[in-house]
Design a protein around this ligand. Sequence first.
Ligand SMILES: [Zn+2]
Length: 70
Amino acid sequence: MPKKAPAILQKACRSCKYIIEEDTAVCPSCGGTDFSTDWSGLVVILDPDTSEIAKILGVKRAGRYAIRVR
Ligand SMILES: [Zn+2]
């Protein structure tokens, strides 16, 4: 059996770093279409209004974000 990519393949939006499933065409966060599967680090934002990390990252939507996107 050939080795394939992980079952749950995800990619990160290059403009807002929002992490989405590989088969998603448009970023639900910023509407961008430029993605990278080469990302690292993961931040989960549960409540953007109270999260200090959300303020630092400048995100306004709950979800998972990559720390670094290449
Ligand atoms: Zn985006």
